[in-house]
Ligand binder design. Structure first.
Ligand SMILES: Nc1ncnc2c1ncn2[C@@H]1O[C@H](COP(=O)(O)OP(=O)(O)O)[C@@H](O)[C@H]1O
Ligand SMILES: [Mg+2]
Length: 270
């Protein structure tokens, strides 16, 4: 794929790097990352999505064929490739992608041998921050060095939660994870927002948890922790859009999940 970088726009911009972090897989990190990025891009913002997950779901979710990737985030983190040489244009106007490949599985053990291992990503994006309005970092399940690198490189973090699991585990689990990261790396997570994904009022989880309105319970539990808690309903369109390799904003923006992500993107844009 042709690489066209924004080298004509040498304007200093404030970029907000957002890490989507949670230690569990399948909580909607990648989905949220792609879909918030989609709206920001639709509104003319220049967005770089950095895929830090070897599963490369953000890469495929933005329509990039895994087999077409040359340099990837593996080469940026482990080798001496500059991130601008790994960045690809996507078919979605205003969205660039620093892709992931399965190689990333092997990167973590390598990172442990490097000094300043928690700020490798931060250093690697220093030179390109100015080209973007937003840098969105999609992290794998952890808690490992990728999450920490994502958090360190970011101005703030968005956490995504699957209410069906979360209603059972409770708020303590989340605080424990953040405390652990803080203790092991000295990094304090600036948590700005939580997104409860795949919310479905009538689903079984409310009965399992024995709570009449788990989303309300979670909001209550999070009070004092953070102000912004958003919900995104379950929608088959979300999955369909991912298969097509486009954000929901570019597929069915009017569906309920699309409208929910638009609202979240509005807050991110603020
Ligand atoms: N609101 C939603 N409606 C329907 N499916 C969703 C929704 N959010 C996430 N999913 C699906 O759930 C799965 C896991 O989401 P994903 O974003 O990949 O989680 P994570 O990145 O945290 O591992 C994906 O197949 C995704 O398409
Ligand atoms: Mg993911």
């Amino acid at each position: 794929m042709e690489k066209k970088f924004y080298d004509k726009r040498r304007i200093k911009m404030v970029s907000i790097n957002i890490a989507f972090a949670h230690h569990k897989g399948g909580t909607g990190k990648t989905t949220s990352c792609i879909n918030i990025s989609g709206y920001l891009a639709l509104w003319g913002k220049k967005v770089l999505v950095i895929d830090l997950d070897p599963q490369a779901n953000a890469t495929s979710g933005l329509g990039i064929d895994k087999n077409s990737i040359g340099e990837s985030m593996y080469d940026v983190l482990v080798g001496d490739v500059k991130i601008e040489d790994a960045v690809l244009e996507t078919e979605i106007e205003n969205i660039h992608l620093a892709p992931a490949t399965l190689d990333l599985v092997g990167a973590e053990s390598h990172l442990y041998r490097i000094n300043n291992r928690i700020s490798i990503l931060k250093r690697s994006i220093e030179g390109i921050r100015k080209y973007y309005d937003y840098i969105m970092i999609d992290t794998p399940p952890g808690p490992g060095l990728f999450i920490i690198n994502g958090v360190v490189a970011s101005d703030y973090t968005i956490v995504t939660l699957d209410p069906s699991v979360f209603a059972l585990e409770g708020i303590e689990t989340l605080s424990t994870i953040f405390d652990d990261i803080n203790e092991s790396s000295g990094v304090k997570i600036n948590l700005r927002m939580a997104i409860l994904t795949r919310c479905n009022k009538s689903s079984v989880f409310s009965r399992i948890a024995g709570k009449r309105n788990p989303v309300k319970e979670i909001r209550k539990g999070m009070k004092g922790f953070l102000d912004s808690v958003y919900t995104v309903p379950y929608g088959v369109e979300v999955y369909e859009a991912q298969l097509k390799g486009v954000p929901i904003s570019h597929y069915k923006p009017k569906c309920k999940a699309g409208v929910a992500y638009k609202k979240i993107a509005e807050e991110v844009r603020r």
